[in-house]
Design a binder for this molecule. Structure first.
Ligand SMILES: [Zn+2]
Length: 234
């Protein structure tokens, strides 16, 4: 067997003679341990496999039927919320593997972290499926993924519930606001509400908007300042 003193192509060590066609003993050991670890981690049945970010990634976005009125900080809050959900989902993963460390079958059966539920209205006569119910988020779209996360199935369920309820709560609050506005118009047209009353309402709404924008300015997370790097592979 030909031996060499050239640097090991794995770790760069030069001090031990190794068979010319192999990496050094330390590297051989590391590869074996990693393979064993992968086999164990990929066999845990309580863990779901989820797609994680690759070259580009879609965040689950909120509230696409949202207001036309310009509210300071609205877009920033919406974007940040989506990013926070994405980050929480990634951090909730027990392990994150490159695609090549995830068995083909598990990649095929992997899920998006957040997927828009497919809710349908009752089907009508002659229809195979009822119409799709409107949902207050965008599709957590298909994209290129080169990492896969292992996540506890209950944790995944909790994150999805949080995401779902947040989206629907925001939508309901918005619909409530629309309803309030509509009632105001009705009261004005029926004379129940004077223009003076309307001015007072106007002032109240302006104050609320200012307060919301102020909170956003004070509480917005500067990108990257408080976020810790994701855990490295062992
Ligand atoms: Zn080596």
């Amino acid at each position: 067997m030909r031996r060499t003193l050239k640097r090991c192509p794995g770790c760069g060590a030069k001090n031990t003679a190794r068979p010319a066609h192999k990496v050094c003993d330390n590297c051989t050991d590391a590869i074996r341990k990693w393979s064993e670890h992968l086999a164990t981690a990929n066999a845990i049945r309580e863990h779901s496999t989820v797609k994680l970010k690759g070259a580009y990634h879609w965040y689950p976005m909120f509230y696409f039927g949202g207001p036309h009125a310009r509210i300071d900080g609205f877009d920033a809050v919406r974007t940040e919320l989506a990013q926070l959900f994405e980050e929480a989902g990634t951090r909730a993963c027990v392990e994150i593997f490159d695609w090549k460390d995830t068995p083909f079958e598990q990649r095929e059966n992997s899920q998006d972290l957040y997927a828009r539920p497919d809710v349908r209205h009752p089907k009508k006569k002659g229809e195979a499926y009822g119409e799709r119910a409107e949902y207050p988020t965008s599709e957590g779209g298909p994209s290129y993924h080169d990492q896969y996360g292992k996540i506890d199935a209950r944790m995944l369920e909790l994150l999805r519930l949080l995401w779902d309820r947040t989206a629907r709560f925001a939508e309901m609050s918005y619909i409530g606001g629309l309803q309030d506005g509509r009632n105001l118009l009705l009261q004005l047209s029926s004379g129940q509400l004077s223009t003076g009353d309307l001015d007072k309402q106007d002032l109240r709404i302006a104050r609320k908007r200012q307060n919301a924008a102020f909170l956003q300015r004070k509480l917005a997370q500067p990108q990257g300042s408080t976020r810790m790097p994701l855990p490295e592979k062992p």
